[in-house]
Design a protein around this ligand. Structure first.
Ligand code: NAG
Ligand code: NAG
Ligand code: NAG
Ligand code: NAG
Ligand code: NAG
Length: 441
């Protein structure tokens, strides 16, 4: 392999903290590879690939500059249509940075989906039940006319590997062959990467730093843990964002889990008025995992009408209806850190109470979750009632209002709509791509 085709990754400048007001400014002078410097090259033997990459990096540098300006000037430039969406309340860590960044993303960002591989393990995924976002995402990325899809990989800023962990488990896992299954799953992804790294220049030039896969399955992280060297920079978009199992928020993306019960697309509503929610705090669901065990230990006997915790609702009762008439909806981690109870609460305007440990909550580069949710450490489960009762009603009303404002960021639409959950996922990948600069070595 010729030395000239080797590129370095510079993890720097645009740290994700750019989205908070005092984020350190971007150092444009570090942009070592520019189109003009390449074209001025006396040798004039400049490689096609170098120019392609330089063009991509120049586009990203421009976007970084615009975002930095928005942060410094506390304003943003966009179309009037976007402007009408600009919220008056702040549910964002830095609304100027986010709106500018989203605008730049819409203008610039292109993702290439690799064509290699066959359904159902690739190019297909579940579009029902708890892991549905995995299949929905693949569907959206392969939808003709999706404006974020690159027409040619040379114009892409990021590369999507359309593999479905849920389908791999569904089609290949048998209890009799459980032994070694982890390694077999890992081999599927590693083989895939071998193929695309042989065939195209893109994986090698970034060592995977502009490549990503998306999985909502509990075992989503497992496929990429077999070969730490190969996957050092690879972006993993996961529901199971467990920071004590190697989830790294500066590289990986935490994604929401949503259940799609009746058709494929969950419905968003405002639920009951915040003045007319008769249940104070509510949960119904399986006693999965340690967090829920502790919740049931303390609150599962339902002696206290303020904290209603059920394994099963009484027969004939409608879960969505209960959520929508509750003020607070408990969202404790289950077998894995993420739970669809979180999005179910958001979809009906019930302020979520996230009971967690080691869970990196979704889209928190951008969203200020404290404005529309309550976070309770697992060890505080016994104090749950007091914690919630100490929140003044006026504060609750404020949170509930803000929750209604962020609902759109969790809504699933195919085709994707601006600021919906797919845009939040795209934007999370976009940020991580902005955070990396590929240089000619
Ligand atoms: C920007 O980067 C250049 C080259 O690495 C360095 O010399 C300079 O001090 C940096 N400037 C700031 C403001 O960090
Ligand atoms: C990428 O690197 C691998 C491992 O060094 C090598 O086998 C492969 O041929 C390279 N791909 C290209 C397109 O040069
Ligand atoms: C209040 O909620 C109850 C059900 O809990 C519903 O029957 C009633 O119509 C609601 N009232 C208002 C004013 O929304
Ligand atoms: C349950 O309640 C929700 C919200 O009130 C409603 O939209 C839905 O149709 C109900 N589902 C069933 C199965 O009755
Ligand atoms: C997160 O990972 C740790 C370490 O493997 C594990 O002990 C814990 O159960 C996980 N949390 C959840 C909710 O799965």
């Amino acid at each position: 392999m010729a030395a000239a085709t080797k590129f370095l990754i510079i993890l720097t400048i645009l740290s994700l903290s750019v989205l908070v007001p005092d984020g350190s400014p971007i150092n444009e002078t570090q942009s070592a590879l520019s189109l003009s410097s390449l074209q001025d090259d006396g040798e004039s033997k400049v490689k096609e690939n170098d120019i392609t990459l330089a063009r991509i990096e120049e586009q990203l540098a421009k976007a970084r500059g615009k975002i930095r300006n928005a942060i410094v000037k506390r304003s943003f430039t966009s179309s009037p249509k976007d402007r009408s969406l600009f919220p008056k309340r702040t549910v964002y860590k830095n609304p100027f940075a986010f709106f500018q960044s989203h605008t730049e993303m819409m203008k610039t960002f292109k993702i290439w989906t690799y064509k290699e591989g066959d359904a159902p393990l690739m190019h297909d995924g579940p579009m029902k039940l708890v892991y549905s976002i995995e299949g929905d995402f693949i569907e959206e990325m392969e939808r003709e006319g999706n404006p974020i899809v690159a027409n040619h990989p040379d114009e892409a800023h990021a590369f999507f590997i359309p593999l479905s962990v849920t389908n791999i488990v569904h089609y290949l896992f048998t209890p009799e062959e459980a032994w070694g299954f982890r390694e077999r799953m890992q081999a599927i992804l590693e083989d895939y990467i071998k193929v695309i790294a042989e065939k195209y220049p893109y994986w090698n030039r970034s060592n995977g730093a502009d490549h990503f896969y998306v999985s909502c399955h509990d075992w989503g992280p497992v496929v990429s843990t077999g070969n730490p060297k190969l996957f050092k920079n690879f972006i993993r978009v996961l529901c199971n964002a467990n920071s004590s199992e190697g989830f790294d928020p500066s590289r990986d993306v935490s994604m929401t889990e949503s259940t799609a019960p009746f058709n494929n697309i969950p419905v968003v509503s405002s639920g009951h008025s915040p003045y007319n929610r008769s249940i104070f705090a509510f949960f119904a669901g399986g006693i999965h995992g340690d967090v829920r065990k502790r919740l049931f230990e303390h609150w599962g006997n339902n002696e206290d009408k303020d904290i209603q915790v059920y394994n099963y609702l009484p027969k004939g009762e409608n879960h969505t209806e209960w959520l929508s008439k509750s003020k607070y909806c408990l969202s404790p981690s289950g077998y894995e850190v993420a739970t669809s109870r979180l999005t179910e609460a958001i979809y009906v305007g019930c302020v979520p109470v996230i009971i967690k440990k080691n869970y990196v909550i979704p889209y928190n580069d951008v969203l200020d979750w404290s404005q529309f949710s309550v976070q309770v450490p697992v060890d505080d489960i016994p104090n749950l009632k007091k914690i919630l009762q100490d929140i003044p009603f006026s504060k609750y009303l404020e949170m509930q209002k803000r929750l209604i404002e962020v609902q759109r960021h969790f809504a699933v639409n195919i085709p994707a709509k601006p600021f919906d959950v797919f845009h939040m996922i795209f934007h999370s990948v976009w940020l991580r791509r902005l955070n990396v600069r590929l240089l000619k070595s």
